[in-house]
Design a protein around this ligand. Structure first.
Ligand code: GAR
Length: 201
């Protein structure tokens, strides 16, 4: 089986990255992780990628303007023959340059049931709003932050006494299952975008 050559872009601990790499090791998984790119040399995910024997490339975003960083990242993606990009805690806003280059070939995970709670501090905001449910979403990337056709979502209950940290940990358990599932759907062609609609099968 030909696996889709996939890169993961991270800025931090890379726990979703690690879940994707682990899933992609299965012989029948439709994607292989050929490259990890970090926006910061301090990202904890770099060591995890190296431990999993995936080439990792760290940029220091402070040394670039936004498009300069994206051009440098894009050059690495091209060099590695990447076909699909997963944002996994990539915390730099993207410009039309990279988003246009990877349109319908770039997906993101976000810790909320989109379209609710775009942006930061989603867990705290969900608790403060008295939500009964929270969760996570994998979607194709569009220019507007945390927008784009939705591939898959998972839900968790918000429980009495939850702090943002406790709720984030509950959501993260689901993220680690949802993202490998969603990447498999896209890499296998079971989910694709036509216009702005998701088409299945
Ligand atoms: C994850 O919870 C991910 O959903 C979130 O950052 C965390 C990264 O953790 N992403 C966003 O908020 C993007 N808007 P990880 O580095 O351990 O995967």
């Amino acid at each position: 089986m030909k696996k889709v050559r996939t890169a993961i872009l991270i800025s931090g601990g890379g726990s979703n990255m690690a879940a994707l790499i682990a899933a992609a090791k299965a012989p029948d998984y439709p994607a292989e992780v050929v490259l990890v790119v970090s926006s910061s040399p301090e990202a904890g995910g770099i060591a995890k990628a190296e431990a999993a024997e995936v080439p990792a490339f760290a940029f220091d975003h402070r040394q670039y303007d936004r498009e300069g960083l994206e051009r440098a990242v894009d050059a690495e993606l091209e060099k590695a023959g990447v076909e699909l990009v997963c944002l996994a805690g990539w915390m730099r806003l993207l410009s039309p340059y990279l988003i246009g280059r990877w349109r319908n070939r770039m997906i993101n995970i976000h810790p909320s049931i989109l379209p609710a709670y775009k942006g930061l501090h989603t867990h705290r905001r969900a608790i403060e709003a008295g939500e009964q449910e929270h969760g996570c979403t994998v979607h194709f990337v569009r220019q507007e932050m945390d927008e784009g056709p939705i591939i898959a979502q998972a839900r968790v209950p918000v429980l009495p006494g939850d702090t943002p940290e406790i709720l984030a940990a509950r959501v993260l358990v689901e993220e680690h299952k949802l993202y490998p599932h969603a990447l498999a759907l896209v890499a296998s062609g079971q989910v694709r975008v036509e216009g702005e609609k998701i088409v299945k099968g």
